[in-house]
Design a protein around this ligand. Structure first.
Ligand code: ADP
Ligand code: MG
Length: 705
């Protein structure tokens, strides 16, 4: 039995949150800080020393020895450099603990080893981290001890963003300004801020650590590069929502407790579709915090897994032929006084403000589908998107029957007069209550689905930061709001103008709406007919970042400069080529040093047995052994050829100087060569004796956790 847990006592225990600040800061300082956090006003540097002092005392009382500026460079993960609180010893040889306002607000670090995509030459190594007081500091407890983590943004010497947080915060300002304009048009004078709310659902796999350590591919690349399908996959649908086994349950229990202490609202946990796959979802919160919390969730999953003899795989496609992992990014816009702008109400046809918001979102997604697609690109997601499980690579919006019908009415007759209502769900059992039916069913195949009062962007990869997707969502919708507000603020007859605008926007952009099966072949054709882009891979997605359209968008809202966009594209091309190269090298290594020698041992065993049989009993039938020997030898030589080819191709690609050219060559040459090497190896795995195969199989990894 696990110990009893009191969530209320545990929750936020390690967070320098509002109640701690209220208790420990002088009233005036607390008020000023709260103003910055809640109203987005500039931080008054004169309060920094006081806040730092209080933060340090609080942290040290809880056993902290170090502090760190915790930031999110363009590696997709977080970075930190720890400093202890100790200062130079005095004459008495005693040290005092110090942490100044300056140290809280600004850190200087050598940025030259983080990706910058040419924004900063290696000789201009200075990078700065700046305190983001809208995301509270927290204490991390682990084997290192207790560390005070201060969420920060990371910029170059000239102020260019080198991280995920800076553009996110900029995009939140943009959507705040433009969404308020929309609200004011409808007579709302109370709301002071509009904040994007985000609730990301995190999928992951858990495998046994001992077995993991026997798989070089998992160790080096996070995914299996070889592996035959086991006799059983996910066809029985017996894992999804299945009973959580004890070993996994005890892992989840500890993950939850760790997260609650960090103020992360871990809420939902369940088994996912694939064997050994699970999901964790927190309650939604403001975008910046949600992004930070998601990083903390990923870190915690990995760390706690180790304590349970498990390894957590966050890769998007750890196992070929088995469901991959994503991160559904639930997104809505909520005012400081609690109004969700995406709430359609019971009769959306009468809710003009909602219809305008919806029309603007459709426009934003239609016009910038390429950017949204790009924001969900990472190397691992290339193996997932477009497969028969994750959303397809084509961006479309699912609205459901009710909203689609309202749009139909508006576009066809010029007026929407009614909203379809959900009926009652009759269970046919007298003792069960009748349930209200939702007005629309779900659609699991849509990449961008409206679900009650939020949009769910389902393309993001499980290992990726959700920052870029939210940056794009915030900014493209800010643009559509701005264009609408520019027209409507000038209108003489507002009612008429808004009606016309909504109708025009729906008519122009309804091609992006698709309620059908996103996995079907016919959708590919239909999408092409509608002129929707089908961007199948990361290297094709990256150019979206630097089109004139994108530069204009991001520069208008001060989210990215042209130079920052170019640098991000460069970073992504470089990352792509690097990852593919590591995969290719891991593959050649495993094939050459593990698989081929094992197959040779197997063929030798076969040949020996044939020799022995003919010696003992020349008339015996050894055709099976002979056939196996022939088949195996053929596959072995196919492997050898593919191996040589892969080595050649990846060496050649590495020589290409231009990052984009290199990435393109990796995609078009190295990736197919990897597939050619894998094919014979996976067939061989089914033939060769289990005791000779050099590492655990898919079956061992997926079913014996
Ligand atoms: P579903 O099962 O339809 O995917 P859930 O209610 O389980 O939806 O929520 C999934 C995630 O969406 C959770 O993280 C939840 O907190 C988040 N969520 C719910 N409402 C909103 C909202 N208005 N804005 C953003 N996220 C939301
Ligand atoms: Mg969901």
């Amino acid at each position: 039995m696990s110990e009893l847990v009191n969530i209320a006592e545990l929750f936020g225990k390690n967070v320098f949150n509002e109640s701690v600040m209220r208790e420990r800061l002088p009233k005036s300082v607390f008020k000023k800080l709260k103003q910055t956090i809640e109203d987005g006003t500039e931080l008054d540097p004169s309060i920094a020393d006081v806040v730092a002092h209080a933060m340090k005392d609080w942290a040290i009382e809880r056993g902290a020895t170090h502090y760190t500026h915790w930031f999110q460079p363009l590696t997709g993960i977080t970075a930190e450099k720890h400093d202890s609180f100790i200062s130079v010893p005095g004459h008495d040889g005693k040290i005092i603990m110090e942490f100044s306002g300056k140290e809280l607000i600004k850190g200087e670090s050598d940025a030259s080893s983080f990706p910058s995509g040419g924004l900063r030459a290696t000789f201009e190594a200075r990078g700065y981290t700046a305190w983001d007081c809208t995301s509270p500091a927290f204490l991390r407890e682990d084997a290192i001890g207790v560390t005070l983590c201060i969420p920060t943004a990371f910029c170059s010497y000239k102020g260019e963003a080198l991280d995920q947080k800076t553009p996110l915060l900029r995009s939140m300002q943009a959507i705040d300004t433009q969404a308020l304009r929309i609200l004011r048009l409808f007579g709302n004078t109370n709301s002071k801020r509009v904040v994007p709310s985000v609730g990301p659902e995190q999928e992951y796999f858990l495998v046994d650590r001992e077995k993991y350590l026997k798989r070089k591919d998992l160790i080096y690349t996070g995914r299996t590069l070889f592996g035959a399908m086991p006799p059983k996959g996910q066809e029985l649908d017996d894992h999804y929502y299945g009973v959580i086994r004890e070993r996994i349950g005890s892992f989840m229990n500890e993950v939850n407790r760790e997260l609650w202490k960090l103020g992360v609202t871990a809420k939902t946990q369940h088994n996912e579709v694939a064997p050994a796959q699970h999901e964790l979802a927190p309650i939604y919160t403001q975008a910046n915090l949600a992004v930070d919390h998601n990083q903390m969730i990923m870190e915690t999953l990995k760390k706690v897994a180790g304590r349970h003899g498990l390894t957590c795989l966050l890769h998007e496609k750890p196992f070929a032929g088995v469901n991959g992992s994503g991160k559904h990014n639930n997104w809505s816009l909520v005012t400081d006084d609690g109004i969700n702008m995406m709430n359609p109400g019971d009769t959306p046809h009468e809710n003009v403000q909602f219809l305008l918001v919806l029309a603007c979102i459709l426009k934003a997604v239609d016009v910038h589908a390429d950017l949204l697609r790009e924001s969900a690109s990472d190397v691992g997601n290339d193996y997932r998107l477009g497969g028969n499980e994750a959303p397809p690579a084509i961006i479309s919006v699912f609205l459901g029957d009710q909203l689609e019908d309202v749009i139909d009415q508006l576009c066809n007759t010029g007026e929407a007069t009614h909203s379809k209502q959900g009926g009652t769900l009759k269970t046919g059992v007298a003792t069960l209550p009748d349930l209200d039916q939702d007005v629309t069913d779900r659609n699991r195949t849509s990449p961008f689905a409206f679900t009650n009062n939020k949009f769910e962007f389902r393309m993001v990869g499980s290992s990726d930061s959700i920052a870029s997707s939210n940056v794009v969502l915030n900014t493209i919708v800010a643009e559509a709001f701005k264009e609408a507000a520019d027209i409507l603020e000038k209108a003489e007859d507002f009612d008429m103008a808004v009606h016309d605008l909504v109708k025009t926007l729906f008519t122009e952009h309804r091609r992006i709406v698709f309620n059908g099966n996103g996995y079907s072949k016919s959708w590919l054709k239909e999408a092409e007919r509608r002129g929707l882009p089908n961007i199948t891979c990361m290297v094709e997605a990256i150019p979206a970042l630097t089109t004139d359209k994108a530069v204009k968008l991001f520069e208008t809202f001060h989210v990215f400069t042209r130079a920052e966009l170019k640098s991000r594209a460069e970073v992504e091309y470089e990352a792509y080529a690097k990852v593919i190269n590591i995969e290719a090298r891991a593959m050649t290594n495993i094939a050459g040093k593990q698989i081929i020698p094992a197959v040779i041992r197997y063929t030798t065993r076969l040949a020996d047995s044939i020799g022995k049989i003919t010696g003992v009993c020349p008339e015996a039938d050894f055709s099976v052994q002979k056939e196996l020997l022939l088949e195996t030898s053929d596959l072995l030589s196919e492997m050898k050829t593919a191996l040589a080819e892969l080595i050649d191709l990846s060496e050649n690609c590495k020589m290409i100087v231009d990052a984009k050219e290199r990435a393109l060559a990796c995609h078009s040459q190295v990736v197919p060569a990897m597939e050619r090497l894998r094919r014979p190896a996976d067939i061989l795995e089914r033939i060769v004796d289990k005791d000779l195969w050099p590492f655990p199989s898919y079956g061992d990894l997926l079913f014996e956790v």
